[in-house]
Design a binder for this molecule. Structure first.
Ligand code: ATP
Ligand code: MG
Length: 159
């Protein structure tokens, strides 16, 4: 059984959502998987843009969910970002067997619609981020992580 900790945030804007993503990015290590869950329009892709920003990826307007390819790969300063969307994958389980391991060598993986992959969520190297709509521009963002990730609320705080 993996011991998990949880940090909660309220975001009031796209900018704040990106800031939380960008701060989380500083904690990411090679092989981490960030599993994003929440309904359509919850903010998963904007959060991913924030992670991309935090990893030093320049062309943020190119950060969007993959539609014709299985995975978008962006080169950051320190790590690559492998961006998946389980909602758009023809066979997500198959992909987990084939592709995800690549990010264990030189990058991190972000998976949108991770609730479709319950097995992924049980991996110890997974950081879970759950989005809940609380209003037109208000989102509850809950980050669940393994104790070993050393993610602290003060480090992630909005400034
Ligand atoms: N606080 C907020 N954080 C993020 N997005 C917000 C916020 N407030 C409003 N929005 C709006 O919500 C939408 C979020 O879009 P985004 O593509 O990030 O969602 P998503 O969870 O990836 O959806 P999908 O499941 O369709 O991929 C955008 O239209 C954005 O302008
Ligand atoms: Mg999306």
């Amino acid at each position: 059984m993996i011991r998990r900790k949880m940090i909660k945030f309220i975001s009031h804007s796209v900018k704040e959502t990106m800031t939380i993503g960008s701060r989380l990015a500083r904690h990411l290590k090679v092989g981490n998987i960030v599993a994003l869950s929440g309904i359509f329009g919850a903010g998963k892709t904007y959060f991913t843009k924030g992670i991309a920003q935090g990893l030093g990826i320049k062309r943020l307007n190119e950060v969007k969910s993959p539609s014709f390819v299985l995975c978008n790969i962006y080169q950051g300063k320190r790590l690559k970002l492998y961006h998946f969307d389980a909602q758009r994958l023809p066979d997500a389980k198959e992909l987990l067997k084939l592709g995800l391991t690549e990010c264990f060598y030189d990058g991190v993986c972000v998976m949108e619609w991770a609730e479709k992959l319950p097995r992924l969520n049980r991996q110890p190297n997974v950081i879970q981020v759950k989005f809940t709509l609380k209003g037109k521009t208000k989102r509850l963002i809950e980050i669940g992580y393994n104790r070993l990730h050393k993610v602290t609320r003060s480090y992630l705080r909005l400034q």
